[in-house]
Design a protein around this ligand. Structure first.
Ligand SMILES: [Mg+2]
Length: 398
């Protein structure tokens, strides 16, 4: 795309329900100018590391972004920074020193103009540095904050501006590899009806945990699985067959995210009742769309703090075929979770949002507003913005 082209929010050739984009394009967005972009890193110790098949998180960390316009309105976003430990500092510096200056003291006519500006301005620096992921994450967090700011300026939540609905389906995530049965029962009591367990810890552990999960699953509940890229194609084929036979509804990242699309298509198209899910480790509008169209992946899971923010994900949704679910991936703090829930509320036909069940004070204690789950869904409040402002006094914004 040349520097002079300013793309419309709605892409050509859209195949999904574009009602959200059409509503958002009709909003009378105010012209605004950003006066400040600040970052705060917040880290919370946890008693038990969060384990996946590729490694573990020993603490929880959030890189928060706060934008302020010349009228004094503020918005918040969250940059993905789950691992490796220490990476948060680098991402915060990227925002402060290299990304924020591109947006300050510029006039914007809509929330997606900030994202488009960053994509254009950072294209060559990103290539030079090779830090594609870190820059994409920095931009994604800022994009969330800009959308939050715009929604506060308008005085409405995103789901309402987009003509969506406040009831957002969620699923309980991050379950296993230990205590699978106990956590499912506990989360069922908390209101969840969909549960995702982790696999990829070896066939013996995985088979045991699958049996335990099936045994603990409440009546009419749904079971998802996530291998975190653990298997090769042959192992994935065998596991998908077993999981389909057990009634599992989706298998997430059975193979590495960078497997050629033919590999994804080979897995996705041989099964009728189990969906293949992926996307948290894929970056780019066309790359994610191709994962669905050429790779056959039926559950696309962009992470709003890793790539695209709200802008990219709204555009992505419009490129997906109607039978493909867009299910926001999120396993970090309350700010990004709030943005993910708002996005899903804005879209029609989106699948459930990931809702981490591991202890994380940054998810449960950072904001005053608490999220209650009832019958597998969150009911979003009819209040302005994506999230309320983080209320902790010890946040070191700079
Ligand atoms: Mg996952």
């Amino acid at each position: 795309m040349s520097e002079r082209e300013t793309p419309r929010l709605r892409p050509d050739g859209a195949t999904h329900d574009c009602a959200a984009l059409e509503h958002l394009e009709r909003v009378a967005w105010p012209q605004l100018e950003l006066a400040a972009i600040e970052v705060a890193i917040v880290e919370a110790p946890i008693d038990v590391p969060v384990r996946g098949s590729f490694g573990a998180m020993a603490s929880r960390v959030s890189v928060l972004v706060r934008v302020r316009d010349t009228q004094g309105a503020v918005g918040h976003g969250e940059v993905w920074a789950n691992f490796p430990e220490g990476g948060a500092q680098y991402k915060a510096e990227l925002v402060r020193r290299h990304v924020a200056p591109l947006l300050l003291r510029r006039a914007f006519a809509s929330p997606w103009e900030a994202w488009d500006t960053l994509e254009r301005q950072l294209a060559r620096l990103t290539l030079q540095s090779g830090d594609f992921g870190a820059f994409a994450q920095a931009c994604a967090g800022i994009d969330q904050a800009v959308w939050d700011l715009y929604c506060h300026r308008i005085g409405a939540p995103l789901w309402k501006l987009a003509g969506g609905a406040p009831r957002v389906e969620v699923y309980a995530s991050g379950i296993g590899p230990d205590d699978v049965g106990a956590v499912i029962r506990e989360q069922a009591d908390a209101g969840h009806t969909r549960f995702k367990i982790k696999l990829g810890f070896g066939d013996v552990v995985d088979r045991h945990n699958l049996d335990v999960a099936l045994d603990a699953l409440p009546a009419n509940a749904t079971l998802y699985t996530d291998a975190n890229q653990a298997w090769d194609l042959a192992a994935a084929r065998a596991w998908l067959e077993a999981l389909e036979g057990a009634g599992v509804a989706w298998c997430e990242e059975p193979i590495c995210a960078d497997t050629p699309l033919e590999g994804w298509a080979d897995l996705s198209r041989r099964h009728l009742s189990i969906r293949v899910a992926a996307g948290e480790n894929v970056r780019g509008l066309h790359e994610l769309a191709a994962l669905a169209s050429r790779g056959g992946v039926q559950v696309i899971q962009p992470d709003l703090g890793k790539w695209g923010g709200l802008t990219g994900t709204l555009r992505l949704h419009a490129l997906l075929a109607p039978d493909v679910w867009l299910c926001p991936h999120w396993l970090a703090g309350a700010v990004g979770l709030g943005a993910s829930l708002q996005l899903s509320g804005a879209l029609r036909g989106a699948g459930p949002v990931e809702f981490d069940t591991n202890p994380n004070p940054l998810r449960t204690q950072l904001l005053d507003a608490s999220l209650r789950i009832t019958a597998g869904a969150v009911l979003l409040a009819d209040v302005p913005g994506l999230v309320c402002a983080p209320s902790r006094a010890d946040l070191d914004w700079r």
